[in-house]
Write a protein that binds this ligand. Structure first.
Ligand code: UD1
Ligand code: UDP
Length: 372
């Protein structure tokens, strides 16, 4: 009999990285897929679902303006319970480290349903950074039965916490699978058409809760000063819809001609603009994984990263959020071609684009072994 595998996700990055898994499950003859979105994000989630043509079976539609962590957690728990009861899945797949991920895992655990964690084992070992994601992923891994570690290092992290070795599979990151659907050499975008050929383009994203406040103000000051000093530079910042982020971005950049604040891009636009950029500045997790595949240096606007593979490979530079450090790092990439090339040519450590196939294979093996 076919086994029922339920995927649960709620935010933009989870959707982008779960889409290849959902596609693989739909194509797989041994499984019956059920797709549940919590709707922790609304517009930013819809952009991804539309592109990948994923029609969820259930949408909890929980998003509220400036929502609290308590609201997300409690609404996911209460919303998922009747769905789990009705569907009785054999396995629930979650992704990464959002509050949807943690609450969905807790919900599956309460219903005695095994959990597969895609992108398991990432750690900073610092519960304050990123907040609350480090706690979310540790809690999720404590409840998980099947661990899909993107890299060998994330496998080591799980072993260090005494998770069972025979349940941990190194698959690569599904972010790299997603790029196969989106990046297109013939791509054109109106923003690109407006930028003269001799200008260099920096793509900026910044949204994390722990950066909302002084860290963002400091980073934005550095970006503003570098942009104002170099008219042949264009900074494109698709601003996250979080009201606090919107406020800080507009305060810092309104009136600066070569800093372009735009709405969140759909995933095709974002990946292709990234591919056309000179370099990327971000505090995003997913962008740190994608950029090495696109041969783009990344300045990471955080003090910690759970993705040290990219730092070691030389493609990511952890610059923190102090104005002077950010400015120095930007000017180095703009003026020192040797350093730029070293970062741009570093090897992508996050996988070969076949992670989703490995994940679905392992789910099938697990579900037919009868060892739950
Ligand atoms: C969430 C995740 C974070 C992830 C990020 C990806 C948690 C606690 N945080 O943070 O790990 O890196 O998503 O982007 O799980 N909003 C909209 N429309 C949208 C999305 C958001 O208006 O489509 C606004 C709403 O006012 C919402 C606010 O943004 O309340 C914050 O959204 P939320 O999901 O709570 O936090 P993020 O900062 O997006
Ligand atoms: N992304 C997007 N549009 C944007 C900005 C980012 O599609 O305007 C994509 C990006 O390619 C990556 C993901 O969103 O796959 C990262 O999401 P985000 O930065 O919101 O979350 P994080 O990865 O930090 O959890």
């Amino acid at each position: 009999m076919k086994k029922k595998i339920m995927t649960v996700f709620g935010t933009r990055p989870e959707a982008i990285k779960m889409a290849p898994v959902v596609k693989q499950l739909i194509a797989d003859e041994q499984t019956t897929p059920v797709t549940v979105v919590t709707g922790q994000h609304r517009e930013m989630l819809k952009q991804v679902l539309d592109f990948f043509q994923i029609k969820p079976d259930y949408d909890l539609a929980i998003m509220e303006k400036s929502q609290s962590l308590e609201q997300i957690t409690s609404k996911v728990l209460l919303g998922l319970a009747p769905i789990l009861q009705q569907e009785q899945p054999d396995l629930v797949l979650v992704h990464g480290d959002t509050t949807t991920t943690m609450a969905a895992s807790l919900s599956a655990f309460y219903h005695h349903i095994p959990i597969g964690h895609v992108e398991a084992g990432l750690r900073t070992w610092n519960l304050a950074s990123p907040f609350p994601e480090e706690a979310n992923r540790q809690i999720t891994d404590d409840l998980t039965s099947l661990y899909f570690a993107p890299t060998d290092l994330s496998r080591q992290n799980l072993l260090q916490e005494h998770h069972p070795a025979d349940r941990i599979f190194v698959t690569g990151n599904t972010a790299i699978d997603a790029l196969k659907y989106t990046v297109n050499r013939e791509y054109h975008h109106q923003v690109l058409d407006q930028i003269p050929d001799d200008h260099r383009l920096i793509l900026l994203t910044m949204h994390r809760r722990e950066n909302q406040g002084v860290p963002m103000v400091n980073v934005f000051r550095a970006v503003r000063e570098v942009a104002q000093a170099d008219p042949k530079l264009d900074v494109i910042y698709p601003v996250h819809l979080s009201p606090k982020v919107q406020e800080l971005a507009h305060q810092a950049f309104d009136g600066i001609k070569n800093v372009h604040l735009i709405a969140p891009l759909d995933v095709v636009d974002f990946h292709n603009l990234a591919a056309h950029s000179y370099f990327i500045m971000t505090d995003s997790g997913g962008v740190q994984e994608e950029a090495p595949s696109l041969n783009k240096p990344v300045l990471v606007l955080r003090d910690t990263t759970e993705r040290p593979e990219g730092v070691k490979a030389g493609t990511l530079k952890l610059v923190g959020t102090k104005s002077a450090d950010v400015k120095t790092a930007m000017l180095t990439l703009l003026n020192d071609d040797q350093q730029y090339q070293q970062m741009a040519k570093a090897k992508n450590p996050y996988g070969d684009g076949h992670a989703a196939e490995r994940i679905v294979d392992q789910c099938n093996q697990f579900l037919t072994q009868d060892i739950i």
